[in-house]
Write a protein that binds this ligand. Structure first.
Ligand SMILES: NC(=O)c1ccc[n+]([C@@H]2O[C@H](COP(=O)([O-])OP(=O)(O)OC[C@H]3O[C@@H](n4cnc5c(N)ncnc54)[C@H](OP(=O)(O)O)[C@@H]3O)[C@@H](O)[C@H]2O)c1
Length: 183
């Protein structure tokens, strides 16, 4: 079995990250709720056969636990997880971490966070075998105003963060914090 990747929320702004991982040789499991949106990720990829599409609501902890357990038994150890999880699902990241905690192989968790993580970093458990990497989505300063990142900027930034593999990466800017859009 080849390299395994999981992208949670991988049918939205991270769709290009899901496709890039597949293009670079990973088998990519993508989680989202809308089946047709998930299918577009594979359909618009140069390697559509390298996807497993899981339509589930990550707010449903039991469903997520069952899906992760099944994924692990069917696909084996994971190498990379990229997660973009809304704060409506505070248990989801931990469920994923614990499911893959006891595999012998190290794996990397790229936790994509909103800009607020710069001011208030989320608490994330340390879990055996998991190398945690935080990616903070900042903003773009375009004189005289600031704007949020586009999907392309986010996807390119996340890909760069995976390639450079630093403990923390920032896409765009987070300072001056009081210059962020809408403030
Ligand atoms: N700092 C910044 O500049 C910044 C930060 C964050 C976002 N943004 C922008 O804001 C826009 C909107 O953000 P967004 O997070 O709504 O967009 P998104 O990335 O387009 O959508 C979220 C992703 O998570 C999935 N998802 C959402 N809720 C889920 C659930 N309960 N269970 C399973 N999967 C779920 C979505 O698929 P389903 O809907 O099919 O479930 C989708 O794949 C983005 O397009 C981005 O450009 C900017």
């Amino acid at each position: 079995m080849g390299h395994e990747a999981l992208v949670v929320g991988g049918s939205g702004m991270l769709a290009e990250v899901s496709r890039w991982l597949a293009h670079t040789g990973y088998h990519v499991t993508v989680i989202g709720r809308d089946r047709s949106r998930l299918e577009q990720v594979a359909k618009n990829s140069s390697t559509p056969d390298r996807f497993t599409l899981l339509d589930l609501d990550y707010q449903d902890t039991t469903a997520l636990e069952q899906a992760m357990s099944q994924l692990r038994s069917e696909r084996g150890p994971i190498d990379v997880a990229v997660t973009w999880i809304h704060n409506t699902a505070p248990e989801a990241l931990s469920v994923i971490q614990h499911e893959f905690a006891y595999q012998a192989e190290e794996w990397r968790l790229y936790h994509v966070c909103g800009s607020r993580a710069w001011i208030k970093p989320p608490f994330v458990e340390e879990v055996d075998s998991c190398l945690y990497r935080r990616i903070i989505l900042g903003f773009v300063w375009e004189e005289p105003v600031a704007r949020w990142l586009t999907n392309d900027e986010i996807a390119c930034g996340v890909i760069r963060a995976i390639e450079t593999d630093q403990p923390q990466s920032i896409i765009g800017k987070v300072e001056p914090w009081e210059r962020r859009p809408g403030y």
